[in-house]
Ligand binder design. Structure first.
Ligand code: SME
Length: 161
């Protein structure tokens, strides 16, 4: 199957998950599983969420699929994860070996994307994906992962209403 077709299919399935899920927790668990199962180059998929009230702020590992990571708590001044959460920007790293910010999770990881999750304009967490393939996160993958993060933000917003 062509990659573009797979991305479109998975995008539609993710939107359906968001419609069906009772809450953001259920959506995040189903989402990491679907992305990990269906996207061949998404070898570790997980959410880090900001710990409520923590000072200094701390990202805490939430739902994930893939090998256990030593990084279950990440301060905002560390890692690609910290960079994405503190800047509120998507961070794509094509070759993690060349990025001094990178915190190693698996020796096999070659590239990574981290997309912030927003609730009413504020970062509340992020979706992190690692690949065993270099430069796996091309523009259409970025769009898919940003769509996923946006749906989780909307679900959290709905619950906070
Ligand atoms: N690589 C991340 C750490 C989390 S693991 O990839 C699961 C980082 O540099 O922040």
């Amino acid at each position: 199957m062509a990659v573009a077709t797979r991305i479109e299919e998975v995008r539609a399935e993710i939107s359906e998950l968001a419609n069906r899920a009772a809450d953001a927790g259920e959506l995040m668990r189903a989402m990491v599983k679907l992305l990990h199962d269906r996207m061949l180059k998404y070898n570790w998929v997980g959410f880090y969420m900001l710990e409520p009230g923590a000072e200094p702020p701390m990202l805490v590992l939430g739902a994930f699929e893939g090998a256990m990571t030593p990084h279950t708590r990440i301060p905002l001044n560390q890692g690609i994860c910290g960079a994405a959460a503190s800047s509120g920007q998507t961070v794509v790293v094509d070759d993690v070996a060349r990025d001094p910010r990178y915190l190693a999770c698996s020796l096999e990881t070659k590239s990574e994307i981290v997309v912030p999750v927003f609730v009413r304009g504020k970062v509340v967490g992020e979706l992190d994906i690692d690949s065993h393939f270099p430069a796996a996160f091309t523009a259409e993958h970025q769009e898919l992962v940003q769509h996923c993060a946006m749906l989780v933000g909307k679900k959290l917003e709905a619950a906070a209403r």
